[in-house]
Design a binder for this molecule. Structure first.
Ligand SMILES: [Zn+2]
Length: 65
């Protein structure tokens, strides 16, 4: 048994729908563009130890580089 390596689906921070992205307890994402197939919004997220942090959401377009 490997309960420390379970995987969970990431839910869209905009609509709450399950996305097609799965993360594990040892997955780390930084500035990851999470795309939701349901509401078609892209959210920038961080993920660590199954905790999702939304950096930017709702399809905001950043014109500054
Ligand atoms: Zn969504």
């Amino acid at each position: 048994m490997d309960i420390n390596n379970r995987a969970e689906w990431v839910h869209c921070p905009v609509c709450g729908n399950k996305t097609r992205l799965q993360i594990r307890t040892d997955t780390e994402l930084k500035n990851f563009p999470l795309y939701c197939p349901k509401c078609k919004q892209e959210s920038l997220i961080n993920a660590k130890e199954l905790q999702i942090t939304v950096i930017k959401g709702l399809g905001m377009k950043n014109q500054n580089d």
